[in-house]
Design a protein around this ligand. Structure first.
Ligand code: SF4
Length: 481
């Protein structure tokens, strides 16, 4: 029997779909018309594949199964999967305030800006706090924006569900506060406190856990070959003190959730996940870190999947023409969709005069089509740089940031593959470290663009598939409920 919808959920009609608020997970799911039709048929008692197929004739059996699995993975059905996970959510522990936690910084991630100005160019900088707006007015920096009549004209404004926001305007492609000598006008005149928080913490990223704030690095610095050696000269305690102050002043901090999502419909407790931290650290020191990390992630996923009780109704035999999905076909569809999107983004950026954005998307598109394997990295420094994204992601538990561990792993692999492809396209073997750095920066920027990010979420199945051979996988994994 197919499990019924959970009776404790709060359900609200929204157009032809439903909004479902979950008091156990704290999540809100939006069900489209297809899922809503399945939901209503289940409530009407059609809980066997044969009767459900008859009750919802406008959906194919394969689609019905997909929608059911999607509902079940979102823990909205009162079945074995919800029963297996319910306790994890009930026992979830709150996190201490970030300002009360010690910082955990891998000394290898120490960074020192060399003021190349590249990070202030080609990106939209914000949100901008009142302190920055006041400094822009005080210093008259707004006059650098062509056509600006008053200080407020230096900011792009908008409205989000969280309230109004403001971003620094760009002049050409650079932040208007960037001076000719590639220094920040705000920083030079009033110190780092005048800058938007995102600039102060760049390229550091923070994740709050139960015992520490873990520090990572965003891969968008243009000069890691210079900024990391410069950072290594700085005493660890001093860097930690600066970062601790940033966190206390409200830097952007991601919360490590409890339980931790591993893949669609699969969680483990935060304590169990953190219990594997020594193994993640050991994998970083292996001869081939990506392979060791992949093996460990796959093992964790498989163990969690094996612990789930079987769900007989999911068997494709009950659903005529419902085939197990082909990762290869899904991958081909994803590559085609990404190629199309990158082409459109590149054209739009060219037409809009955003040369850096056009260059980044075009370079990523060429890398997507590169048929040859990326050439090996002869330079030991370049080899170390190629491992940096893995080190940063493991140290700050960054793989979890991208929806779940499996999707995060696939996304990072994609980012590094694009970076290597971009580097190889720019400089034939041996790939110089600057080309690899450019590749990492451009690939990271492209994957962070809102339309690309949305596409990656839509095709999360492809990102997860590499780690999921032992688990049941379906196209619904890429379409969150
Ligand atoms: S505010 Fe300063 S640090 Fe931030 S992007 Fe603009 S020039 Fe760069």
């Amino acid at each position: 029997m197919i499990p019924p919808p959970r009776p404790d959920l709060r359900v609200t009609p929204v157009g032809a779909g439903l909004a479902v608020d979950d008091p156990v997970t704290g999540g809100r799911a939006r069900l489209g018309p297809e899922s809503a039709a399945v939901w209503r048929a289940l409530l009407d008692g059609h809980r066997h594949p044969a009767t459900l197929i008859a009750a919802v004739p406008h959906l194919s059996p394969a689609t019905l199964r997909d929608r059911l699995c999607q509902l079940d993975d979102a823990l909205l059905l009162d079945g074995a999967r919800f029963a297996a996970h319910r306790g994890l959510f009930a026992r979830a522990e709150p996190l201490p305030a970030a300002a009360d936690l010690p910082l955990r910084l891998d000394p290898a991630l120490r960074h020192q800006c060399v003021r190349c100005g590249a990070s202030c160019t080609g990106v939209h900088v914000g949100p901008v706090p009142d302190t920055t707006r006041a400094a822009v007015e005080r210093l008259g920096l707004w006059r650098a924006v062509p056509g600006a009549q008053k200080p407020d004209d230096a900011f792009v404004r908008g409205q989000s569900p969280d309230g109004p926001w403001a971003m620094m305007r760009r002049v050409g492609e650079a932040c208007f506060a960037l001076a000719q000598d590639a220094t920040c006008g705000l920083h030079a005149a009033e110190g780092p406190a005048a800058k938007p928080p995102i600039c102060r913490q760049f390229p550091y990223t923070f994740t709050r856990g139960p015992d520490a704030v873990y520090v990572g690095l965003q891969m968008e610095c243009a000069r890691f070959e210079a900024t990391l050696p410069a950072g290594a000269e700085r005493p660890v305690e001093r860097v930690e003190a600066e970062l601790t102050a940033l966190v206390a002043e409200g830097a952007e901090v991601f919360d490590l959730p409890d339980p931790v999502p591993l893949a669609a419909g699969l969680w483990i407790s935060r304590a169990a996940y953190l219990g594997q931290a020594p193994r993640w650290a050991a994998a970083l020191d292996a001869d081939a870190p990506p392979d060791a990390l992949r093996a460990l992630a796959a093992e964790i996923l498989a163990a969690a999947g094996d612990a789930l009780p079987p769900d007989p109704w999911r068997a494709t035999a009950y659903w005529p023409a419902a085939d197990a999905p082909s990762p290869a076909a899904a991958r081909a569809a994803f590559v085609a969709a990404l190629d199309d999107l990158l082409e459109r983004l590149s054209e739009a950026a060219s037409l809009g005069g955003r040369a850096l954005e056009a260059e980044a998307t075009a370079a990523a598109r060429r890398a997507l089509h590169a048929t040859a394997d990326a050439p090996p990295l002869a330079d030991p420094e370049a080899r170390r740089l190629a491992q940096l994204p893995w080190r940063a992601a493991v140290r700050e538990h960054g793989l979890i940031r991208q929806r779940d561990l499996a999707a995060g792993f696939g996304r990072l692999e994609l980012s590094i593959a694009l970076a290597r492809g971009i580097a190889a396209d720019r400089a034939p073997a041996p790939v110089p470290i600057r080309a690899l750095n450019d590749g990492l920066r451009l690939a990271s920027r492209v994957l962070r663009m809102a339309p690309v990010d949305a596409l990656l979420r839509q095709h999360a199945f492809v990102l997860r598939a590499a780690l999921l051979p032992a688990l049941e996988a379906g196209p619904w994994l890429g379409v969150p409920a």
